[in-house]
Write a protein that binds this ligand. Structure first.
Ligand code: GPW
Length: 839
């Protein structure tokens, strides 16, 4: 993808070995060899998928050399390692990204062509690992990329779900969920490590005993044991040898359990244990936020966290380091509260299994852990009922009681006689039927707590975590999210990448702030012309794709107005729809009205149980059906719903957008990361003062950002002063007309009841202030439409957006985590000769 230099990858081996060589001929031979020896096929019967596999193994071989050297170096040099614990990862397809990072895209393209094949066709064969829901999982993947690129020793730990996030189909305008059998054709990127399996206990009871030294100890007698088997995937860095590990755990039945059952003659019981064990990592819960309080979900969380911590302790002891230095060697990051049980688990492992005394164990734990919060929605804050928790993790419940007691003793000293404070800070919520507050556990057990955008961190400090902030202000910091420019620019937008690199060189790929050098070019007419040509070509690509896949014709000269993200009421896709219906009404009233043609593009999944989100999808497709066929309007408005928004499909969307919709209710979106991906690819943003939008606007300049809507403070004030959405409806004719048209059944074949829950909800509750922000949004959109008429100015603004977006690289974010929270340094990986490495 445009990057022509290949040999800047650290001194490759001198000999053109078939498994390490980068020459076109060596690559071609390796592909042929892998087709034969890995896929067991000869060209006449080989499918495109066979060739994809042959190529994937060819690339993997080149990565393995670096991967082994990386592991070896980390072991020998006794370095501090970042351990990222995340229940979700959305890495996207690996092949293209690895070609970019290794710097062998052009050679592989030619080697593939020399084999009579097309690289794009082979890339399209890869099934992406959909092991996450949305932003949180994708952030983890961007951070893994940046960690490797910055040469930081790191392991990503997570769950190897057999079924990832469902595939979305649209039938009759409704979302239909299809199971994601991503492993069905095999996965060339993972290596199982059954020799590193660990056992995880569940249920049962605890008992105390006195050890030889007369110490009081606790033993956990489980009801069930599940085996965790790690599967490792290499994560390459950009143009460095560093190749870190993503270690995902699969649940299996432990052999010893089978044997017990077999000895008793209970063959079916043994098989049953195997089935129930494997259920544990069978499927990803498809809820974005809030999470569902299901037992299996807690089992998943504990399972992968216990596997990971046992693994870390094993590594630590293998290095012959004393346990007391554990936190000097590992920095453990909690990606939201999903892995927060790790705090109690590390305490259990240290105190019960390694017999360390409580105080020392607690110091180690607090020093090792850090916690990132990703939401302000109160309903998304994770809690577990004591009953369920105690049944599954009886020992951890005791440990949490002990942590809480010691913590509250400290609180009591500070706030003498203030029982409210105790209740507010307690790890146990005593009101709603006794529940464990995972965010409180995470705060108490960590030395650092961070939000993911400046506003979000401020709102944490004054809102959901204010009591903790009052107690430990020094623990808090902000780490504004970022995304990797390797995937989100270089890989997905080769045209833009080439244009930029031809003008300012390639340094920006690793130093995104260098995009600043584009700023003067915003005044260079020939550069602007080329920029427009690139955008136009990319928009044509998307038009072609939509034509082929949906039979829908869109106009590449129209504004591509895109909202692509999970469906949630707080993200307000329905506000976008109200704008569309308003434009529709304007044309119906005045068919000759001047209007900048727009193509409204939507993408995103709704949680299967989230009825309102699914109804909003139906509304979009229903309005689309009416608008797209209406000869009066379809030259000015088109609506496209792109089904199955995932990493692969998103890669076609971000580069083609003119306008990025970031329209959440202020104070609700923790950060957003799609906003950054659009901006990097030259879209302008229409957005509220929410999440990272605020910082994007500051960076690109207020004059280059379409701002509308209430501020977080105004939202809070309006809600406090008994917000009345109905008043907005009564006093705004265009809003009334839009809502009335939807209620009338106009978009639902006369069925006036279909969208009633949506319209009634807005009129009587409207918790996300859609109606309050309506007019401000419409006015802002009108100015967008006007501005697009002046292509010169629009292009200049787009270039300035890209020139000033450097801050939103995940490299910047990871550097901040390294300095302020993890205290880790880069470790340079030198490549040993292959022959020597093997010996
Ligand atoms: F609720 N986010 C997400 F905070 O994608 F855990 N899934 C989730 O379950 C949560 C948060 C959780 C998102 C935020 O909504 C988004 O604003 C943010 O950019 C992203 O996490 C990464 O920080």
């Amino acid at each position: 993808s445009g990057q022509s230099d290949s040999m800047d990858v650290q001194t490759g081996p001198q000999i053109e070995d078939d498994r390490t060589g980068f020459s076109i001929e060596t690559l071609r031979r390796a592909i042929a060899d892998n087709l034969y020896y890995i896929q067991g096929k000869f060209p006449e019967i080989a499918t495109q998928y066979d060739y994809y596999m042959a190529l994937a193994y060819t690339v993997r071989d080149r990565i393995l050399h670096r991967w082994i050297n990386t592991v070896k170096t980390y072991r020998e040099q006794d370095v501090k390692v970042v351990c990222y614990l995340s229940a979700e990862y959305l890495p996207g397809p690996h092949l293209g990204n690895n070609l970019v990072n290794l710097g062998i895209y052009p050679q592989v393209e030619q080697a593939v062509r020399a084999s009579g094949l097309d690289l794009n066709a082979l890339l399209a064969e890869e099934e992406e690992p959909g092991l996450g829901n949305g932003g949180l999982g994708r952030l983890a993947a961007c951070y893994m990329d940046s960690l490797a690129t910055l040469e930081i020793p790191a392991i990503g730990y997570g769950i190897r779900y057999e079924y990832g996030i469902f595939d979305q189909e649209i039938r009759d305008g409704w979302q239909v969920e299809i199971t994601d059998k991503w492993l069905r054709l095999g996965n060339p990127w993972e290596i199982p490590r059954p020799e590193n399996a660990v056992d995880v206990k569940f249920g049962g009871y605890t008992e105390s005993y006195t050890d030889d030294q007369g110490h009081y100890r606790v033993r956990w007698v489980p009801h069930q044991v599940v085996k965790g088997v790690p599967y490792d995937t290499p994560i390459s860095g950009y143009r460095v040898n560093t190749t870190n590990t993503l270690r995902l755990w699969k649940a299996e039945a432990p052999e010893s359990f089978d044997f017990q059952a077999f000895n008793l003659g209970d063959y079916y019981g043994a098989v049953d244990t195997k089935i129930t064990s494997e259920n544990l990592t069978k499927v990803l819960y498809p809820n974005d936020e809030p999470i569902q309080g299901k037992q299996l979900r807690l089992e998943q969380q504990y399972f992968f966290v216990s596997c990971s911590l046992q693994n870390l302790l094993k590594i630590h002891l293998l290095r012959e380091d004393p346990l007391e230095t554990f936190a000097d060697k590992f920095a453990i990051q909690l990606n939201d509260t999903h892995p927060a049980i790790g705090i109690a688990e590390l305490m259990r492992l240290l105190v019960d299994e390694y017999l360390i005394n409580w105080e020392i164990a607690w110091d180690i734990t607090q020093e090792a852990f850090a916690f990132t919060n990703h939401t302000l929605l109160p309903e998304a804050l994770e809690t577990w009922s004591l009953e369920l928790f105690g049944r599954l993790l009886p020992r951890h419940l005791e440990i949490i009681y002990e942590i809480n007691q010691r913590f509250l003793d400290q609180v009591r000293l500070k706030y003498l006689g203030n029982t409210d404070k105790l209740a507010q800070l307690s790890l146990l919520d005593e009101r709603r039927g006794k529940r464990i507050r995972m965010a409180h556990l995470a705060c108490v057990g960590s030395h650092a707590i961070n939000g993911v955008a400046a506003l979000h961190t401020e709102l944490l400090k004054t809102g959901v975590l204010r009591d903790f902030y009052e107690l430990w202000p020094e623990k808090f910091s902000n780490k504004t999210n970022g995304v990797t420019p390797r995937r989100w620019m270089v890989l997905i937008n080769p045209r833009l990448t080439q244009l930029i690199s031809r003008n300012i060189g390639e340094s920006w790929i690793k130093q995104l702030d260098d995009l600043r050098q584009l700023a003067p070019l915003a005044n260079d007419p020939s550069f602007c012309h080329e920029w427009r040509q690139v955008k136009r070509a990319v928009k044509q690509d998307l038009a072609d794709y939509i034509q082929t896949t949906q039979g829908l014709t869109i106009n590449p000269d129209s504004i591509y107005d895109v909202q692509a993200k999970r469906f949630h009421e707080y993200k307000r896709q329905h506000l976008n729809v109200l704008h569309i219906v308003t434009l529709y009404n304007r044309i119906k009233h005045n068919p000759e009205i001047e209007m900048t043609p727009r193509t409204f593009i939507f993408g995103g999944k709704a949680a299967p149980g989230y009825r309102m989100a699914k109804l909003i999808i139906k509304l979009i497709t229903a309005v689309g059906d009416a608008v797209n066929q209406d000869p009066d309007v379809c030259d000015r408005i088109k609506i496209v719903f792109m089904p199955d928004f995932n990493v692969t499909n998103s890669q076609r969307i971000y580069p083609a957008a003119d306008l990025s919709e970031q329209i959440s209710t202020a104070g609700k979106e923790a950060s957003g990361t799609g906003n950054m991906k659009f901006s990097m690819n030259g879209a302008l943003t229409i957005g509220t003062l929410d999440g990272a939008n605020i910082e994007i606007r500051e960076a690109v300049g207020a004059e280059n950002f379409y701002l509308f809507g209430l501020t977080a403070q105004e939202v809070a004030d309006l809600k406090a002063s008994s917000y009345n959405p109905r008043a907005y409806y009564d006093s705004n004719a265009a809003l009334r007309e839009a809502l009335d048209l939807i209620s009338s059944g106009y978009f639902s074949h006369g069925d006036g009841s279909l969208f009633q829950p949506l319209v009634e909800g807005l009129l009587h509750h409207d918790p996300y202030l859609v109606l309050a922000d309506y007019q401000s949004y419409i006015d802002c959109q009108d100015s967008v439409g006007q501005a697009f008429q002046d292509q010169e100015t629009w292009t200049r603004t787009a270039i300035l957006n890209v020139a000033r977006i450097g801050k939103f690289s995940s490299d910047r974010a990871i550097r901040e985590y390294c300095q302020d929270i993890w205290h880790v340094d880069p470790v340079h990986i030198k490549l040993e000769e292959y022959v020597q490495a093997k010996a």
